[in-house]
Design a protein around this ligand. Structure first.
Ligand code: SF4
Length: 92
């Protein structure tokens, strides 16, 4: 009877250890997934920001008070990606 109790306690401790390992790996997996997802979002956003053509446009002034003489409200924003008024600067 005493040995059965000891065996049951060992089995219970083994089960608890396995549950802790599963929990630890689950948390680690979620953290990794979150980190990878965050990095992918940053890369996607950076790629999108590099599509903004304003810095190479003839109408871009470089002055923060009036960034563009044609479309000042959309200059240097994501809305300027497909800007129909884009003209390549002759300086670059
Ligand atoms: S004309 Fe269009 S592409 Fe050129 S600077 Fe203005 S918003 Fe940007």
């Amino acid at each position: 009877m005493f040995q059965f109790a000891i065996h049951s306690a060992n089995l219970f401790q083994s089960l608890l250890l396995q549950l802790r390992l599963v929990g630890a790996f689950s948390v680690l997996g979620l953290c990794s997934w979150s980190l990878i997802s965050c990095i992918m979002d940053v890369i996607t956003q950076a790629k999108k920001m590099h599509q903004i053509p304003c810095s190479k446009c003839r109408f871009f002034t470089g002055d923060y008070r009036l960034k563009c003489t044609v479309n000042p409200s959309v200059a240097n924003t994501e809305q300027a990606i497909d800007c129909g008024d884009y003209r390549e600067s002759q300086n670059s």
